[in-house]
Write a new protein. Structure first.
Length: 240
């Protein structure tokens, strides 16, 4: 099932309004806001169903760009846990460690905490979470570690969610028959298959992040499409 942007329910529209600063505090930096055009973050969190007061896990949060978006979305009565792996924090001379530390310095986002733990080692004791989100990470696991390891990682995330919890997945869309690993992409069908193998059900997918300028044959960082790749967006559900 695919939900178009124009078909978002009323509650989603309210979340977009709240998170874009019309009724909620949004003190993100200008640098962060500059990426909104390609990422459409508040439409994304509305589609997933992130609401004020929720307890949310940002899976492989990296620098915490989406962590802060989620922090705004859940509001002061909610909480966000920014999970990172040791490899992510050490990569590029510790760029992600420096960035997320700066983002959270001096209790700047009081409704956010950190969890430094390997993704495949997540378990029920880390939650329970109402929702989780991972943005542009699944392809790295799938392309480097393979299908079974990806299923195990998805199952670990599954274990942290409450029954009925939701998991949003965003990634760079690839094409069947090409070397998607070399382009840092993956097929939506592969993402759905590993999610279902881990126990999730596909509730909906969306074309919110469709990009007319990306024919999906170039590296996701190629000039002209970086930040504006064609991306799939899935809403997965842990059955009650």
């Amino acid at each position: 099932m695919k939900i178009q942007r124009t078909a978002l329910p009323v509650i989603a529209a309210l979340v977009i309004a709240a998170c874009s600063g019309e009724t909620s505090e949004d003190n993100r930096s200008e640098e962060d806001r500059a990426r909104d055009a390609g990422r459409k973050p508040f439409e994304v969190v509305a589609f997933i169903g992130i609401e004020p007061g929720m307890n949310v896990l940002d899976v492989m949060a990296a620098s915490g760009w989406y962590t802060e978006v989620l922090s705004v979305a859940v509001g002061p009565d909610g909480h966000v846990t920014a999970q990172n792996t040791s490899g992510s924090l050490q990569r590029r001379e510790g760029a992600n460690e420096k960035a997320i530390s700066q983002r959270l310095a001096n209790n700047r986002l009081p409704n956010v905490s950190r969890l430094n733990k390997e993704t495949h080692e997540l378990d029920a004791g880390d939650g329970p979470f109402d929702a989780a989100l991972t943005a542009l990470n699944l392809h790295d696991i799938y392309n480097s570690a393979g299908e079974q390891a990806t299923i195990a990682t998805m199952a670990a995330i599954y274990s942290t969610l409450k029954p009925g919890g939701v998991f949003g997945v965003i990634d760079h869309q690839g094409l069947d028959g090409q070397d998607n690993a070399a382009l840092h992409r993956m097929l939506k069908s592969d993402a759905i298959r590993v999610a279902e193998a881990a126990g999730f059900t596909l509730e909906a997918d969306s074309d919110i992040l469709h990009s007319d300028i990306d024919d999906m044959t170039q590296h996701m960082r190629a000039e002209g499409i970086r930040g504006y790749t064609n991306r799939f967006l899935l809403r997965l559900r842990k059955p009650k």
